[in-house]
Design a protein around this ligand. Structure first.
Ligand SMILES: [Zn+2]
Length: 122
């Protein structure tokens, strides 16, 4: 467990306030959960109502998926902060550039590994 203080020192060096980031993510997480859409009421009434209800349900589904994705992203960053591995590339283990983390706090790969991954996808 000797590597954790070194990492924290290093993260401090790159000018990222982990505590502030954690707070911001936890707030966003709470907001996402508060905004979670409850499933629409069971349909009753005429067919126009049914169609509108169906549409609303599909929309809610889409939003919920989008929110779930963001929640998963936030949880991952929070877990990485807690584990002391935040800012370290998941693939090569090298530090991720601070500019990259500031622009995209949820990044888990350094720029080199990310571009390699994207090239492989094409
Ligand atoms: Zn990497």
């Amino acid at each position: 467990m000797e590597s954790t203080p070194i990492l924290q020192l290093w993260v401090g060096d790159m000018g990222i306030d982990l505590e502030a980031l954690r707070k911001r993510l936890e707030e966003e997480r709470a907001q996402l959960l508060a905004r979670a859409i409850p499933p629409p009421e069971p349909a009753k009434g005429d067919e126009a109502d049914l169609a509108a209800m169906h549409q609303a349900r599909e929309q809610a589904q889409w939003l919920a998926n989008d929110q779930k994705q963001r929640l998963a992203e936030i949880d991952k960053v929070l877990a990485r902060i807690a584990a002391g591995t935040y800012g370290i590339c998941e693939s090569c283990g090298k530090p991720i550039a601070p500019e990259r983390l500031q622009a995209k706090p949820q990044a888990t790969l350094c720029i080199e590994c990310q571009s390699k991954l994207e090239k492989r996808r094409k």
